[in-house]
Design a binder for this molecule. Structure first.
Ligand SMILES: CC(=O)SCCNC(=O)CCNC(=O)[C@H](O)C(C)(C)COP(=O)(O)OP(=O)(O)OC[C@H]1O[C@@H](n2cnc3c(N)ncnc32)[C@H](O)[C@@H]1OP(=O)(O)O
Length: 430
């Protein structure tokens, strides 16, 4: 269904007035986003800060208004639908980070739902991304059933964990380096550079959006949260290679640590920072919402049950727009490259962008990927290509009835080519 002619779609860059306040349409857009997610309406100070972040990252906003009655019943002229995209990169294990579009803040007001407004915004965005040469689009979802129809597939699954930081927490081996508590205000401006190190070494990692460390900010948008504590890991040479930011909650003697972020640029930093959390007195547990599904912490512990998984969820979704570009820029393991194997995939795409048969051949000097005429060994929807790229096993997708094996052995071949040892992980939710 396409959008009815009763709506007008607008696309504009997030903007500020001379005094730093959001411009009128950016402010109206932000108020609608808050309403769409049932969140508190942003105060003037919070609006200024969020708008500044949007401008910093070159955000392009979409807003939809009714042609008739644009000013709304309350006369405030707020849009009935919102959508934003920023440009970023994702680590797919290749020599370079892969450029991507990041989509978020999609809302349609209740009175205007199920009339095709989301579809119209999404189709326009994906076409714009193709025209601009973007190979990939990413988003995170509020509901699992919305975005497959647009070609998005589950890319990275995450889990929430609660770690018992009492005496049961003991590592097999002492990580190298040391951890020091630091002031949050000192850390905040250094976080971006530290994150880049994590981004460069972690398959699945996505650009960290401006303002991601908003946990340092009180809800009035101005005051630095006094409750946020931070620590950094220093390697043996004294260089900082990871950080953790957390808040202690609950009763004085049995506090729980809510970990906002634990970002490690090395394995020692990862274990060292967890060990630091466990060493904090008067706290019984530490909880992290976006932990890797298969991270090393459990194996590093003497008692693996110290880590309790409280939730597993689909986190990042990927939409391939240019299969040749993503297959070429993705990394492949040394065994796949040494074997010089070729896989030919037939991709179905109802929107047409990624439709066709594509061959990929990793080899010792790089990767060949091209569109070919036929001879496909596997057939799959573009949403499942998004899943494969991030290391979700072809065997699992075939067992789920999502991939058709056209030539015996092709599923196993895809498993070998697309495997991500340790699993893809991202923690810059957007
Ligand atoms: C990336 C993000 O920002 S995720 C956040 C998504 N936003 C929210 O959850 C906020 C609350 N919800 C909303 O604002 C709206 O209900 C939206 C944005 C989810 C949907 O907007 P609408 O304009 O109603 O969607 P639209 O009418 O274009 O529907 C497009 C298709 O998606 C389907 N769809 C829409 N919403 C849902 C849903 N919640 N669950 C399942 N399917 C859905 C429709 O049936 C339609 O299918 P079809 O075109 O294949 O027949």
């Amino acid at each position: 269904m396409s959008t009815t002619p009763a709506y007008v779609h607008e696309t504009f860059p997030a903007g500020l007035q001379q005094d730093g306040a959001p411009d009128e349409r950016t402010e109206a857009w932000m108020q609608t986003v808050a309403q769409g997610f049932n969140a508190e309406a942003p105060t003037a100070a919070a609006s200024r800060r969020r708008a500044a972040w949007l401008v910093e990252e070159g955000a392009v906003l979409r807003a939809v208004h009714p042609v008739e009655g644009r000013e709304g019943v309350d006369g405030l002229g707020r849009p009935v639908a919102t959508f934003v995209r920023t440009e970023g990169s994702v680590n797919l294990g290749g020599p370079e980070l892969v450029p991507t579009r990041m989509i978020t803040s999609v809302t349609v007001r209740p009175a205007h739902r199920r009339r095709g407004i989301l579809r119209a915004m999404m189709e326009a965005e994906l076409q714009d991304a193709v025209d601009a040469g973007a190979p990939l689009a990413l988003l995170t979802v509020t509901e699992g059933s919305i975005y497959q129809r647009f070609g998005f597939g589950t890319a990275v699954r995450s889990r929430s964990v609660t770690v018992d930081t009492g005496p049961r927490f003991a590592l097999h081996r002492q990580p190298a380096g040391r951890v020091e508590s630091v002031d949050g205000a000192w850390l905040e401006p250094r976080i971006g550079a530290l994150f880049e190190r994590f981004h460069a070494r972690t398959i699945g990692s996505v650009t960290r959006r401006a303002g991601w460390s908003r946990y340092f900010v009180e809800s009035d948008g101005e005051t630095r949260a006094r409750g946020v504590r931070a620590a950094v890991h220093l390697d043996d040479a004294g260089a900082i290679d990871g950080y953790v930011a957390y808040t202690a909650k609950g009763e004085f003697e049995a506090r729980e640590l809510e970990v906002h972020e634990l970002v490690a640029g090395s394995d020692d930093a990862y274990l060292g920072l967890w060990q630091h959390l466990a060493a904090i007195d008067l706290a019984a547990t530490a909880s992290l919402e976006a932990a890797p599904l298969n991270g090393p912490l459990q194996f590093a512990l003497v008692d693996q049950r110290v880590v309790r998984t409280t939730e597993v969820y689909d986190d990042l979704w990927a939409r391939v727009l240019d299969p040749v570009a993503v297959l070429r820029s993705r990394g492949y393991g040394p065994l796949a490259r040494a074997a010089g194997l070729e896989l030919r995939l037939r991709v179905r795409d109802v929107l047409g962008h990624a439709e066709g048969v594509f061959a990929v051949r990793p080899h010792a000097d790089g990767v060949d990927a091209e569109r070919v005429e036929g001879g496909a060994q596997l057939e799959l929807d573009v949403s499942d290509l998004g899943s494969l790229l991030f290391g979700n096993a072809a065997t699992t997708l075939a067992a789920a009835g999502r991939i058709d094996e056209l030539e015996p052995g092709a599923v196993a071949l895809a498993d070998g080519l697309f495997a991500v040892p340790g699993g893809a992980y991202f923690q810059s939710h957007f």
